[in-house]
Design a protein. Structure first.
Length: 117
């Protein structure tokens, strides 16, 4: 399984972006899809997860109410709609896949999001 992330860019604070993560195929061992981000000089952190099978979602407190994760099973694609972006949302966003929300063993290449103040 390969993951291809896209959709990053430069946006002003308060703006929106939608990230996409296309999976080459879906498997039982990659039922959970997640978005993570890494800001300059910081460790990578969890943003949101969703399952292919049931659509169960989970969010980091810092993005609740602003970000929405969704999936299109027919296109094998997961999206991250990001609204009301803040400068602290700046970073490289990675999509990942794994069998559970605690184990992610497949990673995409990352897409850069820059939010200017």
């Amino acid at each position: 399984v390969q993951l291809q992330a896209s959709g990053g860019g430069l946006v002003q604070a308060g703006g929106s972006l939608r990230l996409s993560c296309a999976a080459s195929r879906r498997t039982f061992s990659s039922d959970v899809m997640g978005w993570f981000r890494q800001a300059p000089g910081k460790e990578r952190e969890f943003v949101a997860t969703i399952t292919w099978s049931g659509g169960s979602q989970n969010y980091a407190d810092s993005v609740k109410g602003r970000f929405t994760i969704s999936r299109d099973n027919g296109k094998n694609t997961v999206y991250l709609q990001m609204n009301n972006l803040k400068p602290e949302d700046t970073g490289v966003y990675y999509c990942a896949a794994g069998p559970t929300s605690k184990v992610f063993n497949l990673w995409g290449q990352g897409t850069l999001v820059t939010v200017s103040s």
